[in-house]
Design a protein around this ligand. Structure first.
Ligand SMILES: *[C@@H]1O[C@H](CO)[C@@H](O)[C@H](O)[C@H]1NC(C)=O
Ligand SMILES: *[C@@H]1O[C@H](CO)[C@@H](O)[C@H](O)[C@H]1NC(C)=O
Ligand SMILES: *[C@@H]1O[C@H](CO)[C@@H](O)[C@H](O)[C@H]1NC(C)=O
Ligand SMILES: *[C@@H]1O[C@H](CO)[C@@H](O)[C@H](O)[C@H]1NC(C)=O
Ligand SMILES: *[C@@H]1O[C@H](CO)[C@@H](O)[C@H](O)[C@H]1NC(C)=O
Ligand SMILES: *[C@@H]1O[C@H](CO)[C@@H](O)[C@H](O)[C@H]1NC(C)=O
Length: 764
């Protein structure tokens, strides 16, 4: 199996960046330069320095020069927003000298990691003539900053046809570089910068045949996420004939700025210093929304640079959206779960990509396939181990090319052999096509390197039986060209989507929301083959990718639309509107199914539910959160002063008396199984009326057996806009209740507002 990205994994969704904290430092010898991020106390800056950077340079120049690096060579980046400080190459003795300075606050070691990684707008109910699209003017004047692998500026998705002028407040730019001229930017793509100093300081080369030393995208990942969030209308886009239609972003009127921080290098690494620099620049440039489809290993917030940088962005009113990760379906696997971040899991859409097959006995069966259309198979013999039903028929080098040439090979599910191996084997042996019986959807579109059809095991018995019992069984016809809509309950929780409870703060429900993340069609970089099928290398402008990487830009697009409608809303208000209006039932009016188990999922899998943009525009009430609320929350974590100051980037803060549970739009109560441990947990919340001037809300509770929810008061009366009302909620569970049990609190008013929050109890 050849792969199209040089990524050592078959899965596009494994492109989540995991930075293995500190792993590169193990080999350091004394007095060798290492890169560190140094957090400084700004109040120590002498007035004589006009800029922080000049102070940083002078601080570095004052360190003992055991080595010959000048301060110019030492300093990588000076950070202004994401933290007060800089990144620099230092020897251990220089570092310890620096750490003794009164202005020093914290040190982070550079960290490295590797990448793991057309229909969706309609599925989300976005319509040209009604709802949030026209109301938000499609996201006009909103700027979305994407922190990713770069952008392919010539893609039709970044055409500026019909775009409004670049907002005057915009301070960003398009940098010149390899294969990237500033003239490629326009009113759609208004910024493009790249950050690689950290990578290069670590001696990792950006080699010319692996990536472009500029904001140009090599992987295609950044092009895909950026066009998902804000791509312009493109007619006739499709993935080799599948999903053909109009491709457009969620906020087609919004502007895009790309901050390239992820590079294709020999080791596919990316440096934390570069990610920080990209986020810092995005804040300086003036983005409204920041979207990150990458993540670091889960660590406490004071060690998590995305958490720290995001809090700084939130303080400036920038909405930060991050992918929840692709470590599902196991629990406790979410990334980017800081409560000021909108953490997005992936759902499926109601669309299937199918091929049909007719067997010699007339039976016609439909299966999954992404093999390019235009090729059919007719009248071929069906090969099933010549009556040898040993399950290993498609194991590595099990097939005899002389026996399978020109035939369609049936590979059975009832084997431990990975389907990628099976497909590779069928291709190697030179069969005409393959039929694969598998239980779980583990193939990506680009894996279909030969004409093939995947049958879920449920529908495969008749095929197996035919192949086993009929001599000279045949396949009359196989066709690869169909896209089917509305074929299955949707959305489902995509099996790879990371699940709560959040490893860092299990008391805050994560992910927050589900957005489309499976088979998302968007622009890619047409710079090299997307898939290789036999003798053909196929290149495409638009491709189907899957991952929470794809879900995050959907949420970023929705946030951009909301920002366009409600300029005055805080990031907390935008998130609340998205969460309390989310959909919690699928197209068959049932609780979402977990794609992995086939069983009903829980809010630990889907958060508040599936994103629902038209409703989010008019939520009725919001659970707002400001910086002081986050400070109270952090105070409740028991961090020491240094740790607090690292997250908050300031020396003073006020841990006021009062509740440390956040005014979050969802509720998680954690209980222990120990006997006589508490079975009741109380919450306090405050809601703000953003609907009509007068409104009376009733609390409507949906509570399963084994759980009780009390709410006081259960009526909230508002006589004006922006009025706030408090309420108390108390959750009680029976000792014999299941380990995860949940219900809903819904505030319902006379104007059809339904403000819905999941209430989850977990026993650990
Ligand atoms: C732009 O970058 C290219 C490639 O790095 C370089 O050859 C060219 O001279 C640069 N142009 C300007 C105006 O800096
Ligand atoms: C069936 O396959 C197994 C495993 O590949 C092999 O050991 C056995 O000899 C085969 N039997 C026949 C009848 O081909
Ligand atoms: C193979 O499919 C059958 C149903 O056709 C199912 O009962 C069996 O569990 C599957 N085996 C494996 C190993 O997935
Ligand atoms: C199966 O195919 C072989 C070779 O093509 C042929 O000799 C044989 O008669 C066929 N058997 C049946 C039952 O059709
Ligand atoms: C959750 O994950 C974190 C980090 O991956 C780990 O440290 C912790 O032990 C896990 N907790 C549980 C309950 O599995
Ligand atoms: C929780 O709230 C209930 C009233 O709903 C009250 O009786 C109880 O004392 C509260 N418990 C705690 C621990 O505050």
């Amino acid at each position: 199996m050849r792969l199209f990205l040089g990524v050592s994994s078959h899965h596009v969704w494994t492109w989540l960046l995991v930075l293995l904290m500190g792993s590169n430092n193990a080999m350091s010898t004394p007095e060798e330069h290492q890169t560190y991020i140094i957090h400084m106390d700004n109040s120590h800056k002498p007035a004589s320095f006009s800029t922080h950077e000049s102070w940083h340079r002078s601080t570095l120049a004052s360190l003992s020069p055991y080595h010959s690096l000048s301060d110019k060579e030492m300093l990588l980046y000076s950070y202004n927003h994401v933290m007060h400080g800089f990144s620099a190459r230092l020897t251990p003795s220089q570092l310890s000298e620096l750490e003794k300075l009164p202005a020093h606050r914290a040190t982070y070691r550079e960290s490295f990691g590797k990448l793991f990684t057309t229909h969706t707008t309609k599925f989300l109910g976005l319509k040209r003539n009604s709802g949030i699209w026209p109301t938000a003017s499609f996201g006009k004047d909103v700027i979305i900053g994407i922190i990713d692998t770069g952008v392919w500026p010539e893609s039709a998705s970044f055409s500026d046809r019909g775009m409004s002028p670049v907002p005057e407040r915009w301070k960003g730019e398009c940098e010149n570089g390899t294969a990237f001229s500033p003239s490629l930017c326009n009113k759609k793509l208004i910024g493009a910068r790249s950050f690689s100093k950290g990578l290069q300081a670590a001696g990792i080369k950006i080699s010319e045949d692996l990536d472009y030393d500029s904001a140009r995208d090599f992987y295609g990942h950044g092009t895909h996420t950026a066009s998902t969030a804000a791509g312009n209308y493109v007619l006739g886009a499709g993935h080799f004939g599948y999903a053909t239609g109009t491709a457009r972003g969620i906020a087609p009127g919004a502007h895009v700025a790309m901050y390239k921080v992820l590079w294709a290098t020999d080791s596919e690494t990316s440096a934390a210093t570069d990610v920080l620099a990209g986020m810092d620049q995005a804040i300086t440039d003036g983005v409204d929304i920041m979207s990150l489809s990458l993540g670091f290993d889960q660590t406490p917030y004071f060690d998590d640079i995305i958490a720290i940088a995001s809090l700084s962005a939130i303080e400036k009113g920038i909405f930060v959206v991050c992918a929840a990760g692709n470590d599902g379906p196991g629990w406790n696997s979410t990334y980017n779960g800081a409560p000021w971040i909108m953490t997005v899991g992936a759902g499926t859409v109601d669309r299937n990509f199918v091929a049909t097959m007719t067997l010699g006995n007339g039976l016609t069966i439909e299966g999954t396939s992404y093999f390019p259309q235009g090729i059919y198979i007719t009248n071929a013999l069906l090969y099933y181990g010549k009556g040898n039903t040993s399950k290993e028929i498609c194991d590595f080098s099990a097939l005899d090319p002389r026996e399978v040439a020109g035939k369609v090979v049936l590979c059975d599910n009832s084997t431990s052999i990975d389907v990628h191996t099976q497909m590779y084997e069928v291709e190697r042996a030179g069969a005409k096509a393959g039929i694969f019986l598998i239980d779980k959807p583990t193939l990506d579109p680009e894996d279909y390197s030969i004409p093939s059809l995947v049958l879920q095991t449920g529908s495969s018995d008749s095929v197996r039986e035919y192949a086993m019992t009929v001599k000279n069984a045949t396949v009359k016809e196989m066709r690869f060209l169909l896209t089917k809509l509305g074929t299955k309950p949707a959305p489902q929780v995509a099996y790879f989507s990371s699940r709560g409870p959040d490893p860092v703060s299990p008391g805050v429900l994560k992910p927050d929301i589900l957005a489309p993340g499976e088979d998302v069609l968007a622009a890619v970089a047409p710079n090299r083959p997307y898939m290789e099928t036999g003798i053909y290398d196929l290149v495409t402008d638009y491709a189907l990718y899957s991952g929470t990487s794809m879900a995050a830009p959907h949420a970023a697009g929705v946030a951009a639309l909301l920002r366009a409608v409600h300029r005055d809303w805080s990031p907390g208000a935008i998130r609340s509107a998205i969460m309390t209006t989310a959909i919690t039932i699928d197209s068959t009016y049932m609780t979402f199914i977990d794609q992995w188990t086939g069983l009903p999922a829980t809010p630990l899998d889907f958060g508040a539910g599936h994103i629902n943009p038209n409703k989010a525009m008019d939520p009725g009430l919001i659970y707002d959160i400001d910086l002081q609320d986050y400070i109270q929350f952090l105070c409740g974590l028991g961090y020491n002063d240094r740790q607090m100051s690292a997250v908050l980037r300031r020396r003073e803060w006020d841990c006021k008396e009062g509740p440390t549970n956040l005014n979050y739009p969802s509720f998680v109560a954690i209980f222990t199984k120990a006997t006589n441990s508490p079975t009741v947990k109380n919450f306090t919340r405050v809601v703000t009326n953003v609907g009509g001037d007068t409104a009376v809300y009733q609390a409507v509770l949906e509570v399963p057996t084994g759980m009780r929810i009390r709410i006081e008061p259960n009526t909230l009366t508002f006589t004006g806009k922006d009025q706030k009302q408090w309420f108390d909620l108390s959750v009680e569970i029976d000792t014999e209740a299941p380990d995860v049990i949940y219900g809903y609190l819904r505030w319902v008013d006379q104007h059809n507002h339904i403000v819905s929050s999941p209430v989850v109890a977990i026993k650990t």
